[in-house]
Design a protein around this ligand. Structure first.
Ligand code: DAH
Length: 344
């Protein structure tokens, strides 16, 4: 019996030196000192001992138990200390090290410009309309005076979902949608994504953005159109900016025009940016065609209106001298970061 007790003590003490975690210590305690532990079960075998030996052995077991318990306790405190030291070491912060720089991003140049354009038109009493990117042939073409087989459809080939449902090629269908819902006076802009079956190159993309504008009221004239768009151009390209209107053709406006702005780079003298023209084309516009008003149940004898449509990418390219449209969609941070400073 005595030998067994000493063997248990030696075993526990040896294992104590190799235990490295609190869990191992606890396992050790349970295995030897726990209710079903080896030392405890020795007590159960005491019945076999003689009356003289029994108290002596009982005392010895208890002494060894007390000793082992205190040794386990000591080891456990030592382990805790070691763990704390290790943790402190691990979490040590060297306050003299340079910090990790948090880079702050910026909005996309198209978003910056669009927000500015929205603010500008809101300040002139316009509201903002949004509509579907998946359109019907009726809204995208027919209601805008582009019946099937109209030659002007050729330049706006798009992605068809069915013969009748397509990805809109322009934001102009929003003119019809707004006029159907709202009675004059109307003053809206409708920005959004448009789609065309174009190959990607420096000036074309199958997805790009337009901003449509529409004003309908009694007595609206070409003078209102020119005045409004001239203010827009000066806000967008600077107070020195001049505008000019060239006759053009759009099926849904009559008369129609294209607006040019004087080249921001040379001021109109002619340079590489404007290809020696002195002018840069920025948008299409015109007086809303009487047929389009009629299609929306607005009496062209009572009301008149003007409309305009511009490409957002083109405006931003003109403004910042960006020469490749693809840069807007490639998400190259070296390009995007250059617009950090231009937010107002
Ligand atoms: N929707 C035309 C296009 O994509 C642009 C346009 C021209 C819109 C004249 C208009 C407008 O509202 O009056 O080419």
């Amino acid at each position: 019996m005595r030998e067994k007790i000493f063997a248990i003590r030696a075993a526990v003490e040896e294992k104590l030196t190799t235990a490295t975690t609190m869990e191992q210590l606890e396992e050790l305690r349970v295995a030897y000192l726990g209710k079903k532990g080896e030392l405890t079960s020795l007590l159960r075998g005491m019945g076999a001992l003689s009356a003289e030996e029994r108290p002596i052995m009982g005392q010895l077991v208890n002494e060894v138990r007390a000793l082992l318990e205190s040794e386990i306790q000591t080891r456990s405190e030592q382990l805790k200390k070691e763990q704390m030291q290790a943790q402190l070491q691990n979490e040590k912060i060297d306050v003299t090290m340079p910090g990790t720089r948090q880079t702050v991003g910026n909005r996309h140049p198209l978003t910056i410009a669009l927000d500015e354009i929205k603010d500008l038109f809101i300040s002139m009493g316009f509201s903002i309309a949004e509509g579907p990117e998946i359109e019907t042939d009726y809204y995208n073409f027919e209601a805008l005076n582009l019946p099937p087989n109209h030659p002007a459809r050729d330049t706006q080939d798009t992605f068809y979902i069915t013969d009748n449902i397509l990805l809109r090629t322009q934001t102009s269908p929003m003119q019809v949608r707004v006029m159907e819902k709202q009675e004059p006076p109307i003053r809206v802009i409708a920005p959004g994504r448009v789609f065309r079956a174009d190959e990607v190159d420096a000036t074309h993309s199958p997805v790009f953005h337009q901003i449509e504008g529409l004003v309908v009221d009694k007595g609206i004239t070409m003078g209102d159109l020119k005045g409004t768009l001239d203010i827009f151009a000066k806000k967008m390209f600077g107070p020195e900016c001049k505008t000019r209107f060239r006759p053009h053709h759009f099926p849904f406006t009559e008369p129609s025009a294209e607006m040019d702005v004087s080249c921001f780079s040379c001021g109109g003298k002619g340079c590489r940016v404007c290809k020696d023209e002195g002018w840069i084309e920025v948008l299409g516009c015109g007086m809303v065609h009487p047929k389009v008003l009629q299609n929306c149940n607005i009496d062209p004898e009572v009301y008149s209106g003007f409309a305009f449509g511009m490409g957002l990418e083109r405006i931003v390219m003109t403004r910042y001298g960006v020469t490749d449209l693809r840069l807007f969609f490639e998400n190259d941070i070296r390009f995007l970061n250059q617009f950090k400073g231009v937010e107002k």
